[in-house]
Design a protein around this ligand. Structure first.
Ligand code: URA
Length: 238
């Protein structure tokens, strides 16, 4: 299905939602999966715990699957778990999570009512002394993990997907999607689902000066307010 905003398609060889086979083999390198439309988040989480679709599982503590209600109206997608998330087994519980929580609150969104997940579900890092330093996932890793995002999407069927940062946007749209050019407007995905692109909360943490931090935080909240308005509208229509 096309969409009118010109962002469409998936990674070359990746199965789309409609084309996902009923059962993907458990052979090494393939995630174990059952039919998407029948699969609850609970089952998906259990299946993803054994995922070996790329090598990131080897050094990570565990798969960090998404978290939130089965019928959440919005799905927020980040990049990958960080150090704290890897240890806790929960997405966005570290410093980026605190930033996200604050911005959601300021935008009028209750985090407990949305589903929060990551494009890549294992922590990728290198050791620097005693510190595990975050490494950006590459395209192969994003592709390997994308079936989980697709399965979460199909299981929840939210009104809105919020892609936070470049890795999330690459996963959601199936191609490199510049944040600056696409942020802050609703974009049609398939099946009537909307997408919103914004920055990753970690970006705000990395900004060096207070003025830039305050300005960019306000822009982030403004983006999330677009999400909040859509969610209010869809709740009224339901
Ligand atoms: N950054 C992310 O993208 N996801 C998390 O869960 C934590 C930090």
């Amino acid at each position: 299905m096309s969409n009118p905003n010109g962002i469409e398609g998936t990674f070359g060889a990746l199965p789309t939602l409609a084309k996902l086979p009923a059962k993907i083999s458990t052979a090494i390198g393939k995630p174990r999966m059952t039919p998407a439309s029948l699969t609850s988040l609970k089952t998906l989480r259990e299946e993803a715990a054994d995922c070996r679709a790329c090598d990131l599982w080897r050094d990570a503590t565990q798969t960090v699957f998404g978290e939130g209600p089965q019928h959440a109206p919005a799905m927020l997608v980040g990049e990958q778990p960080g150090d704290k998330e890897d240890l806790a087994g929960q997405p966005f519980v570290g410093p980026a999570g605190e930033m996200l929580d604050r911005a959601l609150k300021d935008a009028g969104i209750d985090r407990r009512k949305v589903y929060v997940t990551n494009a890549v579900k294992h922590f990728k890092f290198v050791w620097r002394g005693k510190i595990r330093l975050h490494q950006k996932p590459n395209t192969a890793e994003i592709r390997a993990c994308r079936p989980w995002y697709e399965r979460e999407l199909q299981s929840i069927r939210p009104v809105l997907v919020v892609a936070m940062g470049a890795t999330a946007a690459q996963s959601v749209f199936g191609r490199l999607t510049p944040i600056g050019k696409n942020r802050g407007r609703l974009i049609d995905l398939d099946d009537g689902i909307k997408a919103l692109v914004t920055v990753h909360p970690s970006y705000l943490l990395r900004l060096p000066d207070a003025a830039a931090k305050a300005r960019e935080y306000a822009r982030f909240v403004d983006d999330l307010k677009i999400a909040a308005a859509l969610l209010r509208k869809s709740a009224r229509a339901a």
